[in-house]
Write a protein that binds this ligand. Structure first.
Ligand code: GTP
Length: 239
C-alpha cells in the first residue's frame, strides 16, 4: 500500500466546501465527510493541521463591496471561521480524532488562543490543530493565514482542497477545452495571475519552500490520495 509522502501537512479549505450543495451555512453531512477524510490521513500517520475560510457564512470582501467598512467586514469573516472551526472540531471528535481549535483572536471561553509552541506540541501528540480566525488581522485572506501557519508549523506541504481537481488554464465550469496543469512554479502562478491563492500567500509559500497541492475535496478519500501522489492535482513548487 502506498504511503503519504509528507510527515506534516496543512489542509486549507474554503468555507464553501463545508456548505455542500446548500447556498450558505454548514451541511452536517459534508462536514462529517470531510472529518472522515482527515481521520483517514491522521490514521495513516500524517500530522494534520487545518485552516478554513468563512465564505459559507460571511465574506469580508463582499461585505466591503456592499459598502461596509472593510476592517469590520473582515472581522465578521474571522468570526465566521470560528463557527466553521468548531463545527469541524465537533465532527472530528465524534469519530474519535483528538483536535484543538486555536484562535488568532483570543476568545478563551470558546477555544485556545493561538500560541505557536503550544500548537507544535499538539501536533507532535498527533492532535489535529484547527487554526481559527485567520491571521487575526483584516486585509489578510485565509489563504495567507494558511501559508503563515504552514510556515510556522514547519509543514512539508500545504493542500488546498477545492471544488475542482487542480489549476486550469481557463474556468473548467465554463470552458470545456480548459486543461489542468500538473505542475507549476510559484513564479508561474504570480506572473500569469493564476487563481491558486492570493499573491501574499504564494510569496510566503515560495519564501519558505512549501509545496502547494491543489486538489478536489468534493469526493471522499481525495485528501489521502493526493498525499500519496495519486489522483489528479496540481503541484506548485519552486520547480
Ligand atoms: P497537554 O499539554 O498535552 O496536556 O494539552 P491539553 O490541550 O490536553 O492540555 P490543557 O490542559 O491545556 O487543555 C485541556 C483542555 O482544555 C483541551 O480540550 C483544551 O483545548 C482546553 N483548553 C486549554 N486552554 C484553553 C483556553 O484557553 N480556552 C478554552 N476554551 N479551552 C482551553
Amino acid at each position: 500500500m502506498s504511503k503519504s509522502q509528507y510527515k506534516r501537512v496543512l489542509l486549507k479549505m474554503s468555507g464553501e466546501v463545508l456548505m455542500g450543495e446548500n447556498q450558505f451555512g454548514l451541511d452536517p453531512k459534508t462536514v462529517n465527510r470531510v472529518a472522515e477524510d482527515i481521520k483517514q490521513v491522521v490514521d495513516g500517520g500524517t500530522e494534520v493541521c487545518v485552516v478554513v475560510g468563512a465564505g459559507n457564512i460571511f465574506r469580508g470582501v463582499s461585505g466591503a463591496a456592499a459598502g461596509m467598512d472593510r476592517t469590520t467586514a473582515d472581522y465578521m469573516g474571522m468570526l465566521g471561521i470560528v463557527i466553521n472551526a468548531l463545527a469541524l472540531q465537533n465532527a472530528l471528535e465524534n469519530i474519535d480524532v483528538q483536535t484543538r481549535v486555536m484562535s488568532a483572536i483570543p476568545m478563551s471561553a470558546i477555544c485556545e488562543p493561538y500560541i505557536r509552541r503550544k500548537a507544535m506540541r499538539h501536533m507532535q501528540k498527533g492532535r489535529v490543530v484547527i487554526f481559527a480566525a485567520g491571521t487575526g488581522n483584516p486585509y489578510f485572506t485565509t489563504d495567507t493565514a494558511a501559508a503563515l501557519r504552514a510556515s510556522e508549523m514547519n509543514c512539508d506541504a500545504m493542500l488546498k482542497g477545492t471544488k475542482v481537481d487542480g489549476v486550469y488554464n481557463a474556468d473548467p465550469a465554463k470552458d470545456p477545452t480548459a486543461t489542468r496543469y500538473d505542475r507549476l512554479t510559484y513564479m508561474d502562478v504570480l506572473t500569469r495571475d493564476l487563481k491558486v491563492m492570493d499573491a501574499t500567500a504564494i510569496s510566503l509559500a515560495r519564501e519558505n519552500d512549501i509545496p502547494i497541492l491543489v486538489f478536489s475535496i468534493k469526493d471522499a478519500g481525495n485528501f489521502d490520495r493526493a498525499l500519496k501522489g495519486e489522483g489528479p492535482y496540481t503541484l506548485v513548487t519552486n520547480g
